[in-house]
Design a protein around this ligand. Structure first.
Ligand code: NDP
Length: 301
């Protein structure tokens, strides 16, 4: 059997951002509207700082306005809630993202629930979760949204396909299931208590791995020709690169899976780059909905 098609998330995300930039230009010219995204970071977690920097950079690159709020790690919960309230009322801000994880003294759920659902571009507010599961228009969590876009681009119509999702988190596994049900897939969600996980995975036409365990999904868990979406990001030792060096791998044993699957996302360069691009997709949608404007088509498409 020939090797799987590699789904290039980096290129896909770059195309998506170019399309967003063209659509943002239409919004500005025809409606005088510039989508605005506010990102709030509490503390100095190095990984979060990198994410926030990348988000701000890409927000500006597509022609949106970026508002960054960096708060001290000791910031009281009440101050963070007050900032969110200010952003909820700010007409220039159409999307609000509070970078997780928050310090232990802050109740993350309380903060996420304080974001106006119309500006909840992470899609974590209970209103958006309910809307998604009800099949209504919703702001959808960015990572599963990116996976769904890549799946539709790779496979076209997903209707009737067996989809198996390994992982039931609120940010990936569960919203991924909702999106695939919407596409008329037959969906199975697996987790740490699932019996005979390899056998369940072997039934999948679409296999989404969102576990957080390096290379757990082996090649012989995959149905020949299946489409594999690897959400996992795991840093492992890489002595072959030198002492103390590390590298990123997914939840899927890529070298084995690529021999069996029909298509597969690599790590890095698969799902990861799509997440920020989808945050911008959500920001544009949120801006249009808040102004009662139909989302502009891409003039370059
Ligand atoms: P969580 O830790 O919240 O959830 C992991 C899920 O995997 C849980 O449902 C858990 O089951 C399940 N699980 C754990 N061990 C096993 C096992 N041995 N067999 C079957 N299921 C198992 O993780 P997230 O959903 O937040 O993230 C998953 C991965 O995706 C991580 O590597 C993360 O870094 C990555 N990620 C990547 C993003 C991107 O932009 N590319 C964005 C978000 C996450 P149970 O519920 O029973 O405990």
């Amino acid at each position: 059997m020939s090797e799987a098609k590699i789904i290039d998330g980096k290129a896909f995300a770059a195309n998506l951002r170019e399309s967003l930039a063209r659509r943002a230009a239409v919004l500005k010219n025809e409606h005088g509207l510039t989508p605005g995204l506010a990102v709030v970071l509490v503390g100095e977690d190095p990984a979060s700082q990198v994410y926030v920097r990348n988000k701000a950079k890409q927000t500006v690159e597509v022609g949106f306005q970026s508002f960054e709020h960096k708060l001290d790690v000791e910031t009281p919960e009440a101050d963070l809630l007050a900032l969110v309230e200010t952003l909820n009322k700010d007409d220039a801000v159409h999307g609000i993202l509070v970078q997780l994880p928050l310090p232990d003294h802050i109740d993350s759920q309380k903060v996420l629930d304080s974001i106006d659902p119309a500006k909840d571009v992470d899609g974590f507010h209970a209103i958006n979760i309910g809307r998604l599961w009800s099949g209504m228009d919703a702001l959808v969590p960015c990572t599963p949204l990116g996976c769904s876009l890549m799946l539709k681009d790779t496979l076209g119509d997903l209707s009737g396909l067996n989809a198996v999702i390994v992982g039931r988190s609120n940010i990936v596994g569960k919203p991924m299931a909702a999106l695939l049900i919407k596409e008329s897939c037959t969906v199975t969600i697996c987790h740490s208590r699932t019996k005979d996980l390899p056998a369940v995975c072997r039934e999948a036409d679409i296999l989404v791995a969102a576990v957080g365990r390096a290379e757990m999904v082996r090649g012989d868990w995959i149905k020949p020709g299946a489409t594999v979406i690897d959400v996992g990001i795991n840093r492992i030792d890489a002595p072959e690169k030198g002492e103390g060096k590390t590298r990123l791998v997914g939840d899927v044993a890529f070298d084995e899976a690529v021999q069996v699957a029909g298509a597969i996302t690599p790590v890095p360069g698969g799902v990861g780059p799509m997440t920020i691009a989808c945050l911008l997709v959500n920001t544009l949608s949120a801006a249009c909905r808040q102004h009662g404007i139909e989302e502009p088509a891409d003039p370059g498409a």
